[in-house]
Design a protein around this ligand. Sequence first.
Ligand code: HEM
Ligand code: NAG
Ligand code: NAG
Length: 330
Amino acid sequence: MARFIHVLLVLSLSLSFCLLPETASAQLRPNYYANTCPNVESIVRNAVTTKFRQTFVTVPATIRLFFHDCFVQGCDASVIIQSTGSNKAEKDHPDNLSLAGDGFDTVIKAKQAVDAVPRCRNKVSCADILAMATRDVIALSGGPSYAVELGRLDGLSSTAASVNGKLPQPSFNLNQLNSLFAANGLTQTDMIALSGAHTLGFSHCTKFSNRIYSFSRQNPVDPTLNRTYATQLQQMCPRNVDPRIAINMDPNTPRQFDNVYFKNLQQGKGLFTSDQVLFTDGRSKPLVNAWATSSQAFNNAFVTAITKLGRVGVKTGKNGNIRTRCDAFN
Ligand code: HEM
Ligand SMILES: *[C@@H]1O[C@H](CO)[C@@H](O)[C@H](O)[C@H]1NC(C)=O
Ligand SMILES: CC(=O)N[C@H]1CO[C@H](CO)[C@@H](O)[C@@H]1O
């Protein structure tokens, strides 16, 4: 019997060793390019800083691009692929309609800067450049600095159809948010922390117009929305507004990566249902209150969460490669 158990143990151990490279997340590490392109981080940071000085939109556009990349087929830069002919790529899915072009441009510019250095040419993946650029724009807008894990390969497919059901909707309740994030290995805590990225950037009026005009028969305005804020939103976003109009998601400090997002939620100033629910639902409210009080605690949780986000569905081996152009397959 003892021998049988021993055999079983050895068997299952060797089995899990065989499976490990396939199932476990890739071995990402901060110094991945130490030998191939030792200055990659400063090259990327300089390119991102140049782009940041040209337009602030670089910041929210890059962060959101990273999120959308990771939630659809993993962090593999598949979101950056341009559609060609009949193949509609991820970026042409309606949920991507509002991905600002400056995020794509940031990665393409940084890739050009990396490839301009002879020893780095074709050595650094677009997926890693997007991860580094995201880290850099967060720091440039006043957020925490952190060591970014590297070693992702670029994905080999990108289709609009693959986006279906993979991205959270602004109408989501807490259960819907939690289950989508859990499907990506992220906890409710990670989800609340990452939602703090809505301290930056813009939203088009259509994404929340139901909350200010047609919430329910009894309440045309969502009762969890601050009255004063609701009136301001109605002024900025009149009925049948030009669909291109976008407004700041954080009405107070839209260009600062800070914890004001959580203070806004306490005052009923979460723009989406998916934002405000974090305060109205008793399961997430305590963390909203904690992070509204302590920006240090929020920053720590954010760094943990975005590091985990960066590990989602990473491609290795023959499942990926290093693209010569970030917007096209080799
Ligand atoms: C929790 C569920 C989430 C939902 C439902 C959601 C939904 C949205 C929507 C509807 C917009 C506005 C798009 C537009 O009209 O232009 C937006 C913008 C944005 N989201 Fe999220 N998002 C979520 C989580 C995240 C996460 C995890 C991140 C990054 C860590 C993020 C980063 C951003 C940024 C930076 C913008 C502004 C983009 C810009 O100004 O170009 N969001 N989000
Ligand atoms: C609504 O917002 C105003 C100022 O913008 C603030 O003074 C007030 O406390 C908020 N109301 C609630 C219920 O939080
Ligand atoms: C930034 C970007 O490429 N956005 C595209 C998203 O998808 C729509 C079509 O569904 C395109 O028109 C946009 O150009």
